[in-house]
Design a protein. Structure first.
Length: 556
């Protein structure tokens, strides 16, 4: 085995001891000795990041490209053909993406686009590969170009909207972009709401729109509602994509598949059903049917659950949010009227889970963890978590998500942390797991870390459902506070941080009583407001009736 390069060792040690200028000098020496080698490029990128050198992004991209071609070759692909045959590059890109290698796939898609395969699908694929690596700004730039390329495509423009969740100042930027989307794609269809039938003597008809209700994460939020809706007062309709989406809901909703219908025909169907309150549970994410809402399918329309930010639509009357995340100036970010509810805006039904002891009791080493999509791994999050690891020199961090099967994503993420002095041996990565493997992953971490400004949601709940405490940052906007309502609901206000200084201090303090904190989390989850399915369902039912009465007082 070859001896480690001394310049790389010096670079690593200089970064770990807070000497970025020294690290930059030694990293440049390592690159000069081995031009085109992968490791020197990554370490140079870390040193440049530490020195706030604008060249860091390009160096990191060079490292990804060099590494990507090596990974693609190791997987048996023809690298020479990849660089000369755009169709082949696209084929390899999709194969890599299906294998949960977004960074490697991005190399292939990038080669294809440069070679002339710059059709919308390839641009989308390249943009998503960037987004899922945590390269949100680069992804947003691509999606913006795609929107300009396809000025008449609402779905193309929605990719740009979604990517704004992950960028700095994303809430304000999103609010502006969502209004621009509506101006382009809603304006031709805007129509006044048709009056509903009088409510006296009948049930309120409520419809939910989403691609699916019985699979994916949405199941855990919607199932409690559909099992507890009051059949004496509410008649429930579901509008999924496929006809076989209907689960065995206790409320026995009427299921109308609209996947094969265009927006106009889907709107006609919803109007024929006489829906009073139509709830969009999906927003601008892939599979959206907001075109139905632009056509005013129901007299009262509201957005809820999956898309926490404004839709930008003038035809969307309300946005349902928990009172606990309201912030000054929030109303101005929404075209909808924000309808606050308390104590929580959605129920959550955890899958069966068991608690586990804090792993540090046996190992003696604190393990932090986060199971978030890498798209949420912002620069401020990397910096903040690095400060925490520096405050506890023996602690380590486990990052788990299906995309962390990609060696390029792993190495690039390690380089980002190294810029803040975190050595590679303190970071661990895991890819996708199910069943016992998934459960055992939670038993490996003492404290779950919530990112910012794009926090976790389902991942936060999944951790606490297994007794794993979560620390979250309040942040300045309503969107950055999504985790606050969840952590506080479990009875852990001491794990809600005001800023990154407070985040580090509270995480360090929590490490003194990890088992006690774990016990509190397990007990608190069962008592949390989102676990009271009947309470939250009645809260939302009252909101639906309230919105109907506010908009149509003469019909109540």
């Amino acid at each position: 085995m070859a001896a480690p390069d001394q310049d790389l060792l010096r670079t690593r040690n200089a970064l770990a001891t807070g000497k970025p200028a020294v690290a930059l000098h030694t990293a440049k020496a390592a690159v000069a000795k081995a031009p085109g080698a992968i490791e020197p490029l990554y370490w140079l990128a870390s040193a440049q990041l530490a020195n706030r050198d604008p060249a860091a992004r390009q160096t990191l991209n060079d490292a990804r490209l060099t590494h990507g071609l090596a990974v693609i070759k190791a997987l048996g692909a023809d690298v020479e053909r990849l660089t000369t045959d755009a169709d082949y590059a696209v084929q390899i890109g999709h194969r890599l993406y299906n294998a949960h290698y977004p960074a490697s796939a991005g190399v292939a898609f990038g080669v294809a686009v440069i070679a002339g395969r710059d059709q919308p699908q390839e641009v989308v694929s390249l943009g998503l590969s960037y987004l899922h690596q945590g390269r949100a700004d680069e992804a947003n730039n691509l999606f913006h170009a795609l929107s300009d390329m396809l000025p008449n495509s609402g779905p193309a423009a929605q990719f740009e909207l979604y990517s704004l969740f992950m960028v700095e100042d994303g809430v304000a930027r999103h609010a502006k972009a969502a209004r621009a989307w509506a101006e382009r794609f809603e304006t031709p269809f805007l129509a006044p709401a048709a009056p509903p039938a009088p409510l006296a003597g009948r049930r309120l008809r409520v419809g939910y729109v989403a691609p699916t209700f019985s699979s994916g994460q949405i199941r855990q939020f919607v199932a409690p509602l559909l099992d507890h809706h009051d059949p004496e007062r509410f008649e429930i309709f579901l509008y999924p994509q496929n006809p076989d989406d209907g689960g065995k809901w206790k409320s026995r909703p009427t299921v109308r598949a609209i996947g094969e219908l265009d927006d106009a025909k889907a709107t006609d169907l919803i109007r024929q059903d006489g829906i009073d309150v139509l709830i969009d549970a999906w927003g601008h994410t892939s599979g959206s049917r907001l075109g139905v809402f632009t056509r005013r399918a129901a007299p009262v329309q509201a957005t809820w659950l999956n898309y926490q930010q404004t839709t930008g639509l003038r035809s969307m009357d309300y946005a349902i949010h928990s009172k606990s995340i309201l912030t000054p100036g929030m109303d101005a970010l929404f075209t909808e009227t924000v309808w606050p509810v308390e104590p929580i805006s959605a129920p959550f039904r955890a899958d069966p889970a068991k608690p586990s002891p804090a792993p540090s009791l046996e190992s003696g080493v604190v393990t932090f963890g986060s199971f978030i999509n890498p798209s949420k791994l912002s620069d401020q999050t990397v910096a903040g978590w690095s400060r925490l690891l520096q405050a506890l020199p023996t602690a380590r961090l486990l990052l788990k998500y299906r995309y962390f099967e990609d060696p390029i994503l792993i190495r690039a993420t390690t380089a980002r942390f190294a810029a803040h002095g975190v050595t590679p041996d303190r970071l661990f990565y895991e890819g996708h797991s199910e069943g016992d493997g998934y459960e055992q992953a939670f038993a490996k971490i003492d404290l779950s870390l919530d990112p910012s400004p794009c926090p976790g949601g389902t991942t936060t709940l999944e951790a606490m459902a297994r007794g794993v405490p979560v620390i979250t940052l309040k942040g300045p906007t309503f969107y950055s506070r999504i985790g606050v309502q969840l952590v506080e609901a479990v009875g852990l206000p001491d794990l809600v941080a005001e800023d990154w200084d407070d985040y580090v201090a509270k995480a360090v303090a929590a490490c003194a009583n990890l088992q006690s904190l774990r016990d509190r989390t397990w007990d608190g989850f069962a008592k949390a407001s989102f676990s009271d399915e009947t309470l939250v369902t009645r809260t939302l039912e009252a909101a639906y009736l309230g919105m109907f009465a506010a908009k149509w007082p003469d019909k109540t």
